[in-house]
Design a protein. Structure first.
Ligand SMILES: CCCCCC/C=C/C(=O)SCCNC(=O)CCNC(=O)[C@H](O)C(C)(C)COP(=O)(O)OP(=O)(O)OC[C@H]1O[C@@H](n2cnc3c(N)ncnc32)[C@H](O)[C@@H]1OP(=O)(O)O
Length: 365
């Protein structure tokens, strides 16, 4: 690739170094980020997109073209700067969001396979730990999260944090949950009260519960955010609830909380029409408390959480109960109704076909 710019905020050398660093990334950054990188690189090296729009059915080329076109007239030097920042963000996220695999990690709780739980500095951290599956939540993982929440409710911690290991926060329900049990998978899912019980753990959780959303969030990991007390997000996080695409319906009390938080018009766009939000949009609509640059995300968020965790524990828990108490009964009723509808959805052809289509998808970016 030939680069031409001479006077740029980011030197040619830094830009080229970023391209090299990108190759060293151990983790696949994911399509969303790949598109952003592609667009910024093209803008930085060729300027605004003037190439003809690819045909509607050429999905990959069209996605790339859209991403590049969306940068409009962003100057080349700005694109170069953003590209370099994005790469360094990915590198630092890789080194800081990788949870040390060592069982020797201080305060680590034993007995979990799919999550890592540790308590330190008055904070119990629950890390979703299936990075190769984008932290999709399997049956076993649902059970582990419930167990971890039950233990965290009783332990010495003042606040409890949920985050993800790797580039994703969580890709939602593991769609293999529908396929692992032969033949009667959907029926079994529908009969088990797992979803109801899982969401109830969040409604009833007695301490401040904070989501540290390190990357994209999908499905139930988004809807549940309405039940958290704080949501901090990296600027690389996105929020997507593709329920109608999947022949499913909203859960996690989102059918009640999302319109309340962001107004009916926006909630409809998100929950009915699969509109994916950027972190900045989710923050503007009240789902996210604050967004941080990915480069400094872990450092800034954990410094803040440590300060919060030194506040008086009982006062925090009592105040949370006051805030939540008025709505608890309503939230359980909403959860119950959402799960009833979901059970029917899981038995529908629309849902079955969507799950089959996911596992049959061929073309990836
Ligand atoms: C108690 C039950 C309560 C249930 C409540 C109802 C909950 C509803 C929901 O959560 S609906 C949302 C369900 N989630 C999805 O639809 C997301 C599906 N995944 C994807 O669309 C993509 O994987 C992606 C956009 C998250 C990431 O794309 P990409 O960056 O291209 O990565 P890969 O697709 O290659 O993913 C890597 C690897 O992970 C597997 N995987 C990712 N997410 C899921 C998932 N949710 N279920 C199952 N498997 C998932 C993916 O298949 C790849 O595996 P492979 O390499 O192909 O073996």
């Amino acid at each position: 690739m030939h680069l031409t710019a001479a006077s740029m905020q980011v030197s040619q050398q830094d830009f080229e170094k970023a391209q090299e660093q990108l190759k060293l990334l151990k983790k696949d950054p994911g399509n969303e980020v790949k598109l952003k990188l592609y667009a910024l690189f093209k803008q930085a090296t060729e300027g605004p997109c003037n190439s003809p729009k690819p045909g509607m059915l050429d999905f990959v080329k069209k996605a790339k073209w859209d991403a590049w076109k969306s940068l409009g007239s962003l100057p080349q030097d700005n694109a170069k700067q953003k590209y370099t920042e994005l790469v360094s963000g990915l590198i630092s996220a890789e080194s800081s969001s990788q949870v040390p695999g060592a069982a020797a990690e201080e305060g680590r709780h034993d007995g979990y396979e799919n999550i890592i739980v540790n308590t330190q500095n008055n904070i119990t951290k629950i890390t979703l730990n299936r990075p190769e599956m984008k932290n999709a939540i399997s049956h076993e993982m649902y059970r582990e999260i419930m167990k971890a929440l039950e233990e965290a409710a009783k332990d010495d911690s003042t606040i409890v944090v949920i985050t993800g290991n790797g580039d994703y926060y969580c890709s939602g329900n593991d769609l293999k949950n529908f396929t692992n049990i032969p033949a009667d998978a959907m029926e079994k899912m529908a009969k088990e009260g797992e979803a109801l019980d899982f969401v109830a753990h969040f409604i009833d959780f007695p301490k401040p519960l904070i989501a540290v959303v390190n990357g994209p969030a999908v499905g139930i990991s988004v809807t549940l955010l309405g039940l958290f007390d704080l949501v901090y997000a990296s600027d690389m996080a996105t929020f997507h609830t593709p329920f109608s695409q999947l022949g499913q319906s909203p859960e996690g009390c989102s059918s009640y909380l999302f319109p309340k938080i962001m107004g009916a018009a926006k909630a409809n766009e998100i929950l009915l029409f699969n509109k994916k939000l950027t972190a900045a949009e989710a923050c503007a609509h009240g789902l996210v408390t604050e967004v941080f640059p990915n480069r400094t995300f872990q450092k800034e968020v954990w410094a803040r959480l440590k300060a919060y965790a030194s506040l008086p524990k009982n006062s925090l828990a009592i105040s949370k109960q006051l805030l939540r108490g008025v709505e608890k009964e309503k939230l359980h009723a909403v959860n119950s109704q959402e799960c009833e509808v979901l059970k029917e959805r899981w038995l529908s052809d629309e849902c079955l076909n969507a799950v089959v289509a996911f596992f049959q998808r061929k073309s990836k970016l």
